[in-house]
Write a protein that binds this ligand. Structure first.
Ligand code: PLP
Length: 457
C-alpha cells in the first residue's frame, strides 16, 4: 500500500517524463522526487517552499553554494561575448587559455598541458585513453591495464564505470571491461582484521597490490587510479603512510599514478588538492565539479611535460591527436572556472575550510556516542557517518533494509539534504558555510539520527 502523500502536479509530470540517475526508479511513482526550485547560500527550497540545508553541495560540487552573483555575472558576460566555441583543429579562445594557465599555477605537481572535457567521467575515460596512447607512443603496446580499488568511484562511462569498484555500477551493465584490475580498499575500520593496527593493515594491502602487479606482470600495467579521500565510495580516508607506500610499489614498476581530484580538488580537504592532504604524489590529475563551483559542466585532465611529449611524438606518426569532446573546454565552463578559482583565492576559501574543519571534526566525533554510529570519518569539510546494527562487532545492517536511505529521508523532513551511500551518511557542505550554519546542520542531523534510532529498534 502506498503510504506516501499524493504526488504534486510537477512531481507527477516528472515521473512521467524523466529517467532519474541513481534512483530506485521502481518506487519513484510512489515516493515522487523532491523537487528543488531555487537556492541561496547553503540553502535550497522545494516547490512547496520548504527550506533545506544542502549538506552535500548538490553532488559534492556546489562549493560556493547557490546564487553566487559573481559567478552569475561572469556567466552572463561570457555568454554575451562568445556563447560557444571549441578547441578542435587548432582553434582557441581566451577563457580556455586563462583557465589552463590558472590550473598550471595551482597544480600540486608540475603540469605542462591541460585537456578539457565536459565531466569527471570523461576526464577519467580520457586518462585511460591517454595512458594507452602514451604507452603505444613509447613502444610498450602491452602496458595497458589500469589498477583501481574496490569501492572507488570514478564515473559512469563504460571505462570510468569499469574503474569504479561499486556493485551497482557493474551489476546488470556487463562491466567491468577487460584491462581493469581492482585492488584493496584502504578502509581500516571495514577491512582491517581483528587486532590489526592501521600500520599493519596498510602494509598488508600494499603487499597485496605488489602481489597483484607481479601476478599480472608489471609490463602489462600502465597506471593506477586513486581518489585521495574516496568520496562516493563512502568517504574513506586511507591511513597515514598508505599513498607513499603505494607510490614506492608503482615507481618500482614504472606505473603512473592518476589522481582523481574530481571531489577532493579546490580546497575541499583543507588543501587545494586532496593529494596534498593525504601525501599522494600524482603523475596526472583529473578535476571537475568544484572547478566551476558546479555552475557549468567542465572536466580537466592535467599532464606533465614528459608525458605530453609522448603524445606529440605519436601525433607526428599518426598525423593528429585524435581525441576531443564537442563541449570540452566550453567557454562558459572555462569562464566560470576562472571566476570560481578567483573567488576561492580572494575570499580565502581555503583558510575558511581550515578554520571550520575542527568544528566539523568535533561535531562528527561527538556522533560516535550515538548507538547507531559505528565510525565517523572526515578530512577538511568532507565527512561520513557509518551506521551499523552492532557497534561492538561492527556488524552492518542487512543491506535490503536500506537504513541509510531511510535516515536520509528522515533528515529531509528535518530540512537537511545529505546523501546515503549504503549505510554511510555523507556530508560535503558548501565551503562557504558559516560556523552557525554548520552547527545548525549538525543539530538537524542529530535530530534525524534520534528518529532513525526508533526506526531500527
Ligand atoms: N570521479 C569522482 C571521484 C567522482 O566523485 C565523480 C562523480 O561523482 C566522477 C569522477 C564522475 O564525474 P561526473 O559525474 O562529472 O562524470
Amino acid at each position: 500500500m502506498n503510504t506516501h502523500p499524493p504526488l504534486s502536479n510537477i512531481q507527477a509530470r516528472d515521473v512521467e517524463a524523466l529517467l532519474h540517475p541513481y534512483t530506485p526508479i521502481h518506487r519513484l511513482r510512489e515516493t515522487g522526487p523532491l523537487m528543488i526550485e531555487r537556492g541561496k547560500g547553503v540553502f535550497v527550497y522545494d516547490t512547496r517552499g520548504k527550506e533545506y540545508i544542502e549538506g552535500m553541495s548538490g553532488l559534492w560540487c556546489a562549493g560556493l553554494g547557490f546564487g553566487e552573483e559573481e559567478l552569475v555575472e561572469a556567466a552572463a558576460e561570457q555568454m554575451r561575448a562568445l556563447p560557444y566555441y571549441h578547441l578542435f583543429g587548432a582553434k582557441g579562445m581566451e577563457p580556455a587559455v586563462e583557465l589552463a594557465e590558472k590550473l598550471k599555477e595551482i597544480a600540486p605537481v608540475p603540469i605542462s598541458k591541460v585537456f578539457f572535457t565536459s565531466s569527471g567521467s570523461e576526464a577519467n575515460d580520457t586518462q585511460v585513453k591517454l595512458a594507452w596512447y602514451m604507452n603505444n607512443a613509447m613502444g610498450r603496446p602491452n602496458k595497458k591495464k589500469i589498477i583501481s580499488r574496490q569501492k572507488a568511484y570514478h564515473g559512469v562511462t563504460i571505462m570510468s564505470a569499469s574503474l569504479t569498484g561499486l556493485p551497482y555500477n557493474h551489476m546488470g551493465w556487463d562491466l567491468p571491461v577487460d584491462r581493469v584490475l581492482h585492488t584493496d580498499c584502504p578502509h581500516h575500520y571495514r577491512f582491517g582484521h581483528d587486532g590489526e593496527s592501521e600500520a599493519e593493515f596498510t602494509a598488508r594491502i600494499v603487499q597485496s597490490l605488489s602481489d597483484l602487479i607481479e601476478r599480472e606482470r608489471p609490463d602489462t600495467i600502465a597506471a593506477m587510479i586513486a581518489e585521495p579521500v574516496m568520496g562516493a565510495g563512502g568517504v574513506i580516508v586511507p591511513p597515514a603512510g598508505y599513498y607513499p607506500a603505494v607510490k614506492e610499489v608503482l615507481d618500482r614498476h614504472d606505473i603512473i599514478m592518476i589522481d582523481d581530484e574530481v571531489i577532493n580538488g579546490f580546497c575541499r580537504t583543507g588543501e587545494w588538492w586532496g593529494c596534498q592532504s593525504l601525501g599522494m604524489t600524482p603523475t596526472t590529475i583529473s578535476a571537475a565539479k568544484q572547478m566551476t563551483a558546479a555552475y557549468a559542466p567542465l572536466g580537466a585532465v592535467m599532464v606533465p611535460e614528459d608525458i605530453y611529449q609522448a603524445y606529440v611524438d605519436h601525433s607526428r606518426q599518426i598525423g593528429t591527436f585524435g581525441h576531443g569532446f564537442t563541449y570540452g573546454g566550453h567557454p562558459l565552463g572555462c569562464a566560470l572556472g576562472v571566476k570560481a578559482i578567483e573567488i576561492y583565492q580572494k575570499r580565502d576559501i581555503l583558510g575558511h575550510v581550515r578554520s571550520l574543519a575542527p568544528v566539523f571534526a568535533a561535531r562528527l566525533d561527538a556522533l560516535k556516542q550515538h548507538p547507531l554510529v559505528g565510525e565517523v570519518r572526515y578530512c577538511g569539510l568532507v565527512g561520513g557517518v557509518e551506521l551499523v546494527a552492532d557497534k561492538a562487532t561492527k556488524r552492518p545492517f542487512d543491506g535490503k533494509k536500506g537504513v541509510g536511505a531511510q535516515v536520509a529521508k528522515i533528515l529531509e523532513g528535518h530540512g537537511l539534504i545529505l546523501r546515503a551511500i549504503g549505510d554511510t551518511i555523507a556530508l560535503c557542505p558548501p565551503m562557504i558555510i558559516t560556523e552557525a550554519e554548520l552547527n545548525e546542520l549538525f543539530d538537524r542531523l542529530e535530530k534525524g539520527l534520534a528518529d532513525g534510532e526508533a526506526l531500527v529498534s
